[in-house]
Design a protein around this ligand. Structure first.
Ligand code: ADP
Length: 233
């Protein structure tokens, strides 16, 4: 897969409700497919932590689970796409999130000589998403932060061994989780029909352990790359 990905860089979007496991899946997927990751939530949180003008202007929106304005996302995405290595494919986690962003995204990709290969749409019921997010913590202070779940002793142990500490994202508090889900259904879910109509949609059942869902996604991306390269391995 790495070879065909290098010959024809693939550009994937990871779509799904909060709690579907986008960031958990992104890490093994980019390693397997040699992709560059562009995760808008991480970038926005980094801006907030840096405390500059941009960060201060969006901190409140993130804390309330609201979307950052499209115009600001356009600027952030353009500068992020510009920094990518043009010879390698990419995985975009967290963008587009509105129909208007999806339309801008097409123009942006064309400007950077990329086309969207596929949209991996993670599907998960709201009640499962709420359960996952309310128990999610981030293991921080021990290298790259990684997600931990309070019901998953192995992940807690991994964090303890590395000397990290557990932090809850402000927007994982129950009332904000409900708001994020509502925003997803109202503003982002319409993208599912939009990408289905363009034959770019690849739905994946996101219920299961992280390993199971990662395996489903990687198998689907393998099918996509095989189809693109005319059945070559
Ligand atoms: P999740 O998908 O689990 O809600 P993310 O880390 O992707 O979490 O995003 C966190 C927050 O960052 C969102 O609730 C929103 O406030 C903001 N955000 C991320 N991507 C976008 C985007 N494309 N457009 C507007 N806001 C965004």
């Amino acid at each position: 897969m790495t070879q065909s990905a290098a010959a024809y860089p693939i550009n994937l979007v990871l779509l799904g409700p909060p709690g579907a496991g986008k960031s958990t899946i992104a890490a093994p997927l980019i390693a397997e497919c040699n992709l560059q990751l562009l995760a808008t939530g991480d970038r926005l949180r980094a801006e907030v932590d840096a405390g500059g003008e941009l960060g201060r202007s969006i901190a409140d929106l993130l804390e309330r689970g609201q979307l950052v304005p499209d115009a600001l996302m356009d600027r952030l995405m353009r500068s992020a796409l510009e920094q990518l290595d043009p010879r390698r494919g990419c995985l975009i986690d967290g963008y587009p999130r509105t129909l208007r962003q999806a339309l801008s995204f097409e123009l942006m990709l064309a400007d950077y000589n990329r086309t969207l290969t596929a949209v991996i749409a993670l599907e998960l019921d709201d009640d499962v998403a709420v359960r996952r997010l309310s128990g999610r913590r981030i293991c921080s202070g021990a290298g790259s932060p990684f997600p931990v779940h309070i019901d998953d002793p192995a992940s807690l142990e991994r964090c303890r061994e590395r000397g990290g500490h557990l932090v809850q994202r402000d927007d994982d508090k129950p009332e904000v989780v409900r708001e994020r889900l509502q925003v997803y259904h109202e503003q982002t879910a319409p993208l599912i029909d939009y990408y289905r109509s363009q034959s770019l949609l690849h739905p994946i059942d996101a219920d299961g352990t992280p390993d199971e869902v990662v395996a489903r996604v990687i198998a689907e991306v393998r099918r996509i790359t095989r189809t693109r390269s005319g059945g070559a391995p």
